[in-house]
Write a protein that binds this ligand. Sequence first.
Ligand code: ATP
Ligand code: MG
Length: 563
Amino acid sequence: MSEADTENTEAPRDFIREVVHGDVQAGLTESVVTRFPPEPNGHLHIGHAKSMCLNFGIADEFGGRCHLRFDDTNPAKEEHEYIESIQDDVRWLGFDWGEHLYFASGHFETLYAWAEHLIGAGKAYVDDLSAEEIRAHRGTLTEAGRDSPHRDRPPDENLELFRRMRAGEFEDGARVLRAKIDMASGNINMRDPVLYRILRAPHPRTGEDWCIYPTYDFAHGQSDAIEGVTHSLCTLEFEDHRPLYDWLIDNLAVPSRPRQYEFSRLNLTHTVLSKRRLVELVDGGHVRGWDDPRMPTLSGLRRRGFPAAAIRDFAGRIGVTKSDSVVEVALLEHCARDLLNRTAPRRMAVLDPLKVVIENYPQGEAEELEAVNNPEDAAAGTRSVPFSREIYIERQDFMEDPPKKFFRLAPGREVRLRYAFFITCTGVVKDAAGDVVELRCTYDPETRGGNAPDGRKVKATLHWVSGAHAVSAEVRLYDHLFTEAEPGGDLGAALNPGSLTVLDDCRLEPALADTAAGETVQFERLGYFCPDADSGPGKLVFNRTVALRDTWAKVKAKGGAKA
Ligand code: ATP
Ligand code: MG
């Protein structure tokens, strides 16, 4: 065994890596080139993250490169905004295309020349049938298609018509260029597919230069070939298009021959992963926009506080296969929790405040207590948290008449305030309606730091914030966007009415006012939270990324784990 052989003894993680590995070993591929090819017709979602992790991941592992290419062949649906946001999202996820940013529109002249070449070779023709007539001629899975009456136009005539299409002499939709392959093929994609259509729509990059546009099917494989892509990785729905891509490559003088491999799309429970369906949610006003923290878009997940590394970890765990499956969203949440547990600074925040007056604590005074920033990471150090006579605790941490298993605060009972003191509840103040509005407590100064010198124990430790020092905030809690695991049909009707809860009277420890944008912290006992973009001068808004309770652990325990 040579040195090189011993270096990487790990078996490839999935069938695509196995193929690439084999190609490299066999000397078929000198340098691995992959690409991530979004259509700029919407924002990226977690499904795209799977594709990016695969394409950029393989390029990285095999010492090759991964291109970012916009497949911008449909100006009717494409916008500049998407081109910008997609690049931001790719970078945010941690990937870098270096100099290799491409646009299918950048290849338009070459594609046009190749179309003329096909015409000259008698392998493409201009068809005057309408889109509807073409559909009617195409046949079905069980029935062969019928030839267009224009199928046997001589090449010269086709060439002249095609040039006139480009020159703008015909109305939108009046004519198309079709490949001349086989109207009886068992594969409908091979029944003389459309290569070019007339469409007058300003293109985000080529403006008014063109009034004919190549179809995705014509542009995609050729763009791969022009860019020297060696492994063209796409989702299963393109499997049936591969024979067409191969036919085009065989019949054109392309500079390289990409090989296409298909894998299954990511589907996630309690959400939808298709730009078209996500557009419905935005346009229907069901969410607050593309980056609504309930959306499975990368901008939504980022706003919600999901770290990019957690999403990459998720992509690694779900793997790459050819079988369709639906992954539990709880796994994604588990990945976030797993990472944040190790990295997120701990803070204290009270979401539903109940005032507590510590009667034996001197009025007007305050002290600083030392709090651990992250018990999982000693290097994160400590911070000081102010303590004073009036504090807030969580309303649900008190019960006037507690059942047996409630160990938190109750009249006459002693509990620990985290990092602070033991307190004992001595009285309850109620309003006219009989609701508890304030608690009266005493504290034991001997228990500073949270331990009693006499060794006595308490059954509960509560989080709290000092009333005089707290900052106010709005906190938004999120739940699944859809009640059903696999929503379909009328999305509006399938929405979870409780997907957003807004708490507008929360009190946070003062350090939280300085949380950086993009930082996710743990509110002790409550979950992981990050500042929302709606925060501004005098207004703090936090989003809950995930609660602390791990529903994935439960799913697994029940034997329901799918990944
Ligand atoms: P959508 O249905 O959401 O519009 P799309 O496939 O049309 O998805 P593209 O912009 O064409 O979106 O996708 C860019 C790349 O991302 C393609 O290679 C596509 O196969 C891949 N991709 C899109 N959705 C998923 C998904 N759910 N899982 C894995 N890969 C995906
Ligand atoms: Mg698409």
